[in-house]
Design a binder for this molecule. Structure first.
Ligand code: ADP
Ligand code: MG
Length: 669
């Protein structure tokens, strides 16, 4: 049996189970073995029946004396099994499992594990784990693994199948380099496999877990290493000159001073642009830290070198907004800016900077002379789209790439998924006093909150519940916004200018509404959560967020970043559509923490990685067991990957393992 064999080669896994296992994404023997338990039930407390205490979790071993099926007066079907270990007897009670009568053999020795309860005022086990005593038991009397399950596939069933494989002969043994194992004090493959599923002690389970965590990070980072090396060595680009004088002039002419981190980032980008291999840099910065300007300076330098820039924005509104910004700053310097969206076309090649949406990369035209590509809100774009941009290469060279994101990506995560990127961080806000006071408002204070908003009489966003992030349910979001708009217009804001903004409106309609809002003709703007990624209305000061518990804290932080961008203090009022104390406590963090990264990590701890990062990147695989926030391990794995990668050919087993997985992620470039 090979790890790569289809899981059907495992005894007792026929077509029916094969199909069911697909729900757990188990297709191969390896997938089955890497279906790790998420906890262990500790049944290692083995006792005599006579010594059992109520409420303790314990294991006893004894002879089954009788199995009796009982129908109670109110129609319940019980089964009572009596076990005797020579010190005492105990009853095991089961519900709706009359079949036990035929499967449990009286006169045989069984092992029973579970919590000791009472039945009919006598000490009993209620629905315990039960199996015939063997030399080694897998469901009782030890640390027993509990797995993620699916319909028809129980932990008990998984234990038996996995145990068969672990005890049997698996062809592939250790595939990590011996030295790697030694250097990092890792436990070996076969030992770890056994101990992670059927650990002898908790310490062993932990050791095994560490091995698989390291292994997963190491493999992932080897792939990252591969991408990096490809990027560095194979791809060529046109090195630009850094036009120091003109750039300095331009910066001096700005109505504000660059922040320290903007200056630093510009420096890093310029250095990259001068290289003869393409820049591959991620610019990470909270909402409002001024990423656009940094990109704009890079685009200006590109223009001064006689080359073109493509700037890709996630939505038409943002594209239009950037178009305006670029025009404002750069057209006085003779730079030609063009806009391409689903509805507008550029005038042929006649541009220096072309701003657009996805339409940009799906356009049939090959733009000549493009040497810089900027992708705004990078997390919205998949790996595939990034690859697509690279295909726009001119005459054998690849454009420099600058990706930008406001999503706080903890450094450690950036190191892995974006490990082939360099990173610049904008961590200072231009407006140091910028502050958004946030309050979690209880439902009974809603009235007062609306009165306060009316009194304040400043531009206000009301963000309606996020029903679902997927497109299919976008209509639901629209409905929610429309309903809220109608309700408020009839009641609290009867005499206030209101507007409605949602994703189903035509770009032109949206633009009109935003324009009115900007000019103060609309005071209260009810919106779907689309505004998250970026409308710049510096005058907006108040934001109301409904059903705030449906968002991650980092998303809420991004949302509230839309207000208080001007000179006035911003206010964010969040409402919940649940009574949950946990939700309330989670949201309370917004009142005190003003740092997207920190909020992301609070959420990460509270809700698990999936929720937060699910949205970051399609094409990014979630870790099975590794903890991406374990910086120490990540750095070790990174170092190890760097060291081993150049010598991969010396480790055929490792290489084989890597190629097996490679198909999924390594983009062909
Ligand atoms: P984001 O990082 O969210 O994309 P923007 O680039 O949209 O932020 O910038 C937000 C606002 O801050 C814009 O109005 C921009 O003109 C302004 N801005 C950018 N840099 C500075 C600065 N150094 N000082 C003052 N305002 C700035
Ligand atoms: Mg932006």
């Amino acid at each position: 049996m090979k790890l790569s064999s289809p899981v059907g080669v495992v005894p007792k896994i026929g077509p029916k189970y094969k199909k069911l296992l697909e729900n757990l994404e188990i297709g191969t023997v390896q997938d089955l073995l890497y279906h790790f338990p998420f906890r262990y039930d500790d049944y290692s407390n083995v006792k005599n029946i006579g010594d059992l205490l109520e409420n303790e979790v314990a294991t006893v071993k004894g002879m089954v004396e009788s199995v009796t099926n009982i129908f109670t007066r109110n129609g319940k079907r019980l089964t009572k099994i009596v076990v005797n270990d020579g010190t005492e007897k105990i009853g095991l009670m089961f519900f709706n499992q009359h079949y036990l009568k035929t499967t449990i053999k009286t006169g045989k020795e069984y092992t029973v594990s579970g919590k000791v309860g009472t039945f009919d005022r006598k000490i009993s086990f209620i629905s315990p784990e039960l199996e015939e005593s063997r030399e080694v038991n897998i469901n009782t009397g030890r640390l027993v693994p509990v797995y993620p399950e699916t319909y028809g596939v129980t932990s008990r069933w998984l234990r038996a199948r996995i145990n068969d494989v672990v005890l049997g002969e698996i062809e592939l043994g250790e595939f990590l380099p011996e030295n790697t194992i030694k250097k990092h004090g890792l436990s070996t493959f076969n030992w770890s496999l056994k101990q992670i599923h059927f650990p002898d002690t908790e310490i062993n389970a932990e050791k095994a877990k560490i091995r698989f965590q390291f292994e997963e990070l190491f493999l992932e980072l080897l792939k990252v290493e591969k991408r990096r090396v490809q990027w560095d060595s194979k791809l060529k680009s046109t090195g630009m000159t850094i036009k120091d004088t003109q750039i300095a002039h331009f910066i001096a002419s700005l109505p504000f001073k660059l922040t320290d981190s903007q200056e630093k980032s510009v420096g890093e980008i310029m250095k990259d642009l001068a290289q003869k291999h393409p820049m591959n840099r991620l610019l990470e910065g909270d909402v409002g830290t001024g990423k656009t300007l940094v990109a704009l300076i890079a685009a200006y330098n590109t223009h001064l070198n006689g080359f073109k820039t493509l700037y890709m924005a996630p939505t038409e509104i943002l594209a239009a907004q950037h178009y305006e910004t670029f025009n404002r700053f750069l057209s006085p310097l003779g730079v030609k800016i063009s806009l391409i969206t689903g509805s507008t076309k550029p005038e042929k090649d006649d541009f220096d900077i072309l701003i657009g949406t996805h339409a940009l990369i799906y356009s049939k035209e090959k733009f000549k002379g493009v040497e810089l590509v900027v992708i705004d809100e990078q997390h919205r774009f998949g790996v595939e789209q990034r690859g697509k941009i690279l295909e726009m290469a001119n005459d054998g060279t690849v454009p420099h790439l600058l990706a930008m994101t406001a999503t706080p990506i903890p450094r450690t995560l950036a190191l892995t998924i974006y490990g082939d990127l360099s990173i610049s961080v904008l961590d200072t806000h231009p407006n140091k006093e910028r502050k958004v006071s946030t309050k979690v408002i209880p439902e009974n204070a809603r009235d007062r909150a609306y009165q306060w908003i009316k009194q304040k009489n400043e531009p206000t966003f009301i963000v309606c519940p996020l029903i679902e992030e997927s497109d299919a349910l976008m209509l639901e979001n629209v409905k929610a916004a429309e309903a809220e708009y109608a309700a408020l217009k009839k009641t609290y804001f009867k005499d206030v200018e209101m507007g409605l903004l949602h994703g189903r409106m035509k770009p032109k309609e949206k633009e009109e509404v935003i324009e009115k809002f900007r000019k103060g003709k609309i005071k209260v703007l009810v919106s779907t959560p689309v505004i998250e990624v970026g409308i710049d209305v510096p005058e907006a000061t108040v934001m109301v967020i409904e059903s705030a518990e449906r968002y991650g804290l980092a998303s809420l932080h991004q949302l509230r970043g839309r207000v208080g961008r001007g000179s006035k203090e911003g206010f964010c009022l969040t409402f919940l559509s649940t009574q949950s104390k946990n939700a309330y406590a989670r949201l309370k963090n917004l009142e005190t923490v003003d740092n997207g990264m920190e909020l992301a990590e609070i959420d990460m701890r509270a809700r698990g990685q999936g929720d937060i990062f699910g949205a970051i990147q399609h094409g990014f695989k979630k870790f099975k067991i590794a903890d991406m926030f374990n910086v120490k391990m990540l750095e070790k794995a990174k170092e190890e990957a760097k060291e081993i990668y150049p010598f991969l050919d010396y480790y055929p087993l490792l290489k084989e393992r890597l190629t097996q997985e490679a198909g999924e992620y390594i983009p062909n470039n």
